[in-house]
Design a protein around this ligand. Structure first.
Ligand code: PXL
Length: 268
């Protein structure tokens, strides 16, 4: 028998494996963290329609069943870290929020997926509002990308100073540690993320790997934060390590016929 650090991902399936639960599980495994999954939805890109998203939510009762099985099998001492990825509908958001209130997790890493690459902006305003109202207050660590940081902070982000201010506002709003991602969206040679919690503001920087966003980077970063927290890192240590991990995965990215290259997670 062995004991192992565990982490749960509450996320969607993206069938080609670039993003979602598949990326999360590969990231957990790369850190030797035992991963378990509650599946929230199934996304199948449509190659006949410009690789648009076909989205099917998992029924609320089935989401509850998965969480019931997982939390009965592993108690709060054994499984204390969860990562939340794509939820997708207000019903799913309410279901997950209720389950997390019933059985709290010490660490809740929220990747506030408001929209996936290729989706229409603004298509899901009620989902965004529900996520902000019901899930954000439960998070202990949030990883918004450029677009999500603008939506959550209510400000435009054009510079690293803007990104820092937005991260500070999201920290004040949520009480969570925040790792706000500039990605390829800020000008300059570096991909810049900003970490803010009650004690620290730190700019994390790595040279950009090309100018085009890679699929799965957001999922991988948040999952790496969750894995590092499960291994005992502080939030700041987890943020630093996750940035290094995702940068390495972008360097060894996988090509396919889909429009985006995907992150390939490298064993730590
Ligand atoms: O990258 C955001 C994302 C997260 N989760 C799932 C997705 C996507 C984007 O495609 O499909 C399941």
């Amino acid at each position: 028998m062995t004991s192992a650090p565990l982490a749960l991902t509450i996320a969607g399936s993206e069938a080609t494996g670039g993003a979602g639960a598949q990326a999360d599980l590969r990231t957990f495994q790369a850190h030797d963290v035992f991963g378990v999954v509650t599946l929230t939805c199934i996304v199948s890109f449509d190659p006949k329609a410009d690789w648009g998203h076909r989205f099917v939510p998992v029924e609320a009762s089935v989401i509850t069943d998965q969480l019931e099985a997982i939390t009965a099998a592993y108690d709060q001492d054994q499984l204390s870290v969860t990562k939340i990825g794509m939820l997708g509908t207000p019903t799913t958001i309410a279901t997950v929020a209720e389950a997390l209130q019933r059985r709290p997790f010490a660490q809740v890493v929220l990747d506030p997926v408001l929209i996936c690459k290729g989706q229409e902006p603004g298509a899901a305003l009620d989902t965004d509002t529900a996520l902000k109202a019901q899930i954000l207050p439960l998070a202990t660590f949030v990883t918004p990308n450029h677009f999500e940081a603008e939506a959550l902070s209510g400000m435009q982000i054009r510079t690293v100073d803007d990104l820092t201010e937005a991260a500070r506002r999201i920290h004040e709003l949520s009480g969570a540690a925040v790792l706000a991602k500039g990605g390829v969206h800020l000008p300059g040679p570096d991909a810049v993320d900003v970490f803010v919690d009650a004690d620290t503001t730190e700019v994390l920087s790595a040279p950009k790997v090309g100018d085009v966003a890679v699929a799965g980077a957001g999922c991988t970063l948040a999952a790496a934060v969750a894995a590092r927290l499960a291994l005992g890192d502080s939030p700041l240590e987890a943020a630093r390590a996750a940035k290094v991990f995702v940068t390495s995965g972008i360097h060894s990215r996988l090509q396919s016929a889909a429009p985006f290259d995907v992150v390939r997670q490298q064993t730590v």
